[in-house]
Design a protein around this ligand. Structure first.
Ligand SMILES: Cc1cc2nc3c(=O)[nH]c(=O)nc-3n(C[C@H](O)[C@H](O)[C@H](O)COP(=O)(O)O)c2cc1C
Length: 354
């Protein structure tokens, strides 16, 4: 158990946003746990010509301003995604705007892209050296031209990005999720590709689109069609959900507006991942995210079609010692089922008809 795990019960007494800000401070001061042992060979994986020491990453929202990349990588994560970052700084929605649902292993947030903008993020990213960092882009709430915002983010941040994410799936920016529609999405992807070409003529960071778990089958088919015709490099499945399953135990908090994350999202996001893998016939790498809290959960996402996985909410409840545990368990499941690598296990359910 690390120092940070001892801090968990204390952090849980604080309101979630204060706890998060304290955690960021502690990480910046070097109080984060450090996993020095190298990763098990079976966990090494290669996606988009990038070598990942392991497939377990931090999903967007934890490090919105790219302030704790190295301390988070030192916890043993295989990669970190920063953001969502908007061109101009913005305060986000009024507080309180994060709610814990401990009995459900879940969180509801309506932060609304609170972040310090692309200039501040660029400064932080420019100081970072080792490890893979994804940069998740958003649009300002009051911006009229979404494509221009994503292009601005790309122009400023693509030079530092291992990969770029067009986030069109957060439920807390009015109109954002409508950008998942076919016509809008094509415009966004082309704008980001154009901006990338002008700042990264040689090394092209892959472009990913992050989608919501609340889409209809027809929406998902449209997104996959756009991804294929515009040569999107990857999809992240999924963001938080606006749905409120009847099974939620914390009914008093279920009524809070915002995106629900954590255990209740595992089922729907994994089913959508499976569907996207089928539609893309495994030709576009997918990042599986939503409700991962164990090595088994990560393994199920990989078998359903994820080349990489990410998590956030489970870290709030279990702390950073969860990361080595997930990796250890994942390696055990791979070996148990006779896989020699992550790559062999990606999409295994589809091949075995399981
Ligand atoms: C407090 C909070 C803030 C988040 N902020 C963002 C964000 O800025 N951009 C984004 O793409 N996703 C954001 N997410 C969504 C996560 O990246 C992830 O897709 C989702 O929470 C499901 O994963 P999980 O169940 O492991 O948390 C946020 C999630 C939480 C809980």
């Amino acid at each position: 158990m690390s120092l940070s795990d001892f801090a968990l019960p204390f952090l849980r007494c604080l309101n979630p946003e204060t706890a998060h800000n304290l955690t960021l401070k502690a990480l910046k001061m070097g109080f984060g746990p450090k996993e020095f042992s190298g990763d098990d060979r079976i966990l090494h994986t290669r996606v988009w010509d990038l070598n990942f020491p392991n497939p377990v990453g931090l999903s967007a929202g934890f490090d919105k301003n790219a302030e704790v990349i190295d301390p988070m990588l030192e916890t043993g994560l295989g990669f970190v995604e920063v953001g969502s970052i908007t061109p101009r700084p913005q305060p986000g929605n009024p507080k309180p705007r994060i709610f814990r649902l401990p009995k459900d292993g879940a969180v509801i947030n309506r932060l609304g892209f609170n972040n310090k903008g692309i200039d501040y993020a660029a400064h932080n990213l420019s100081r970072h050296r080792n490890g893979i960092v994804g940069v998740n882009l958003g649009k300002n709430k009051d911006s009229e031209d979404a494509a221009e915002d994503y292009a601005k983010g790309t122009l400023k941040l693509a030079p530092y990005a291992g990969y770029l994410v067009i986030n069109v799936s957060s439920p807390n920016t009015p109109g954002l999720r409508a950008l998942q529609g076919k016509d809008d999405l094509i415009v966004l992807v082309e704008a980001v590709k154009g901006a990338r070409a002008s700042v990264c003529p040689d090394r092209k960071p892959p472009i990913l689109v992050k989608i919501a778990p609340d889409l209809t089958d027809a929406d998902v088919q449209d997104i996959v069609a756009v991804a294929q015709t515009t040569d999107v490099d990857g999809l992240i499945v999924s963001n938080t959900t606006i749905a409120r399953p009847d099974s939620l135990k914390e009914q008093d908090k279920a009524g809070e507006t915002g995106g629900l994350s954590g255990l209740p999202v595992f089922g729907p996001s994994t089913e959508m991942l499976r569907q996207v893998y089928q539609l893309t016939e495994g030709n576009i790498p997918l990042i599986g995210v939503g409700g991962i809290a164990s090595g088994h959960d990560a393994y199920l996402k990989i078998r359903a079609g994820a080349s990489l996985v990410q998590l956030y909410t489970a870290l709030i409840y279990h702390g950073p010692s969860l990361i080595p545990r997930i990796k250890r368990e994942l390696a055990e499941f791979l070996r148990r089922d006779g896989f020699a690598s992550i790559m062999e296990a990606v999409g295994a359910d589809h091949r075995e008809g399981a």
